[in-house]
Structures are given as structure tokens and as C-alpha cells.
Design a protein around this ligand. Sequence first.
Ligand code: F6P
Length: 328
Amino acid sequence: MHKISKLAVLTSGGDAPGMNPCIRAVVRTGIYNGLKIVGIRKGYQGLIENDMYDMTPRSVSNILNLGGTILKTARCLPFRTDEGMETAYKHLKEQKIDALVVIGGDGTFTGALRFSKRYPDIAVMGVPGTIDNDLYGSTYTLGFDTATNTVIEAIDKIRDTADAHDRLFFIEVMGRDSGAIALRAGISCGAEAILLPEKTTAIDDLIENLKAGQHNKKSSSIVIVAEGDKHGGAYDIARVVQKEVKFYDVKVTILGHLQRGGSPSAFDRILGSRLGYAAVNALIAGETQKMVGLEANHIKITSLEEALNQHEFKLEEDLMQMAEILSI
Ligand code: F6P
């Protein structure tokens, strides 16, 4: 069993709203339990570059409302190498750090698991932080709710202008290989069609659907395209569709990185607080190589191995079917 006295925390991969509330919870829960806390800047890069600092309860004052991450983040290729891991380990040992909380997505967890198998004397706990909502073991990941709300706000505005001009908009949203944001945003904004990586929609069917919408006197149409959709992106699909759908002027909007910014929603602040608190308590209880998540409103602890290997993407058929019916 790992008995820990000094804990480090880092954020890695794409930032996600809710990371700051989580960092705050890790720092304060750790200090409450008598641990020393170290913040690592820029994820695994900071481990390799020895960019760390001691944190106190005041280091995390007034950050609940902030987007991004006060620890900064990076996608660090050198940490994938043996030399990179060795350097990181050396720096952790020099600082007498015996536990690590890593907040991030699947890339972050892959690195954490490899590192922990190689150096099992450092206990590791993952917190799912990614707008993509694509990790097994937690119904929601940090940032997904805020990002979805940001997308909805943007699409509502696009709907206003689409309707005023009788236009068809293709709106591309983030999510890498996951259609989670696209599907929720599609339902919330009444999109006429939602294209997801988990399901290949034939372009001919899409065109028929849009023609039916026009026949049913729809003045505008919105098609949400998840960035991982197999047709190659919103511009490519729009080009093909415009040739067949002459009654609409076709426009494309790629929402891009604005989806990752902004103040975390209440949901993400609470989720970040709960997961950060749970991560420290799990480490104190002797757990390692695990991820803390939330399922059915209860904290669930899953092995990192399972969180990574079980996350094949499932199409939420029921939601997809409902979205189609509600958009007639
Ligand atoms: O994983 C979060 C995410 O925003 C994905 O949705 C997207 O594909 C990717 O990161 C973009 O990464 P970057 O900011 O490195 O371009």
C-alpha cells in the first residue's frame, strides 16, 4: 500500500473548463489531510523540465470561475520516450514526491499508466478532463458540459441569421473521435441533421432529409458535423450538398477552439470539485493506477487500463432516433 506525504498535480492535453476547480480541490483536500502539494506547470513537459512549485490554499484562491488551467497544459511528445520518463522520475524523486494527480484525457492517461508501470513507487490517480466526453468510467468528463453550452449559444446565434436569410448551415464542432458534443448540441438546437463519427450517414440520405425539410416549409436548416465524421469535414460535405440543394444558400462555420474556453458551468465546477476531492482521498486510501469518475451521481473508481481500453465509442441510438423525430 502506498503511504503518501507529498503529492503533485498537473493538467495535460487539451485544456477543459473545470480543470481549475479540480486543481483547487486537489490542493485543498491534500493540505487538509496534512500532505505537501506541488503544482507542475505544462503537464508532463513540466515534469521533464523540473518546472514545479509549492502550493498553498491561497495558490488556488478565486480560480473556480476561470477557464483554461492555472497550471497550464501541453501535449508532450518527449514523455513518450524512455529518456523523458526517466528524467521526469528523477525530478519527482529529487522533490520527494510520492503521488501524482493527472487531469486530462486519454493521451494523458496513456502516459500516466506507462509511467506508473515503470515506476510503481509513484502512486498515480487520473481525473477525466476533456471536452470530448470519451472516457470509460465516467458518464461525464470535465469540460464537456461547458463546451456543449458554448456550442449551443453559438448555434442559437447562427440559427437567427440562417433563418433570416433562408440558409443552410453546416456547423463543425469538436470532439475528436467522439460525437458527444455534436449529439447534445444537435438535440438542444433542433438541428435538422447531426453527422457523427459513430454512425456514417449517407450523403444521399442527408440530401433527401434537407429536401423534405424544405417541402415541409422549413426556412432554414442546420447540420451539425462532428469533427471526427468520416466524410472529411463540414466544407467537404457542404460542397457536395450545395450541388443538389439549390433552394438554400449554403454556409459553413467551424466553431474551433472557442469551444474549449470560457468560465466553467456550475456542473463542471461541482464535477471538478468532486473529482479532485475524490482523487486525493483515493490516493490516501492507497489506490494507484486508477481514474476517479462519476456514474449515476456517485464516485466510481476505474483502473486506468479499463478506462483506456473500454472506451470504444457507442452510438447513443435512442438519442439519435429522438433527434431525428423531433426535427421533422
Ligand atoms: O481533446 C480535446 C480537443 O479539443 C478535441 O476535441 C480536438 O480534436 C483537439 O483537442 C484539438 O487539439 P489542439 O488544441 O491540440 O489542436
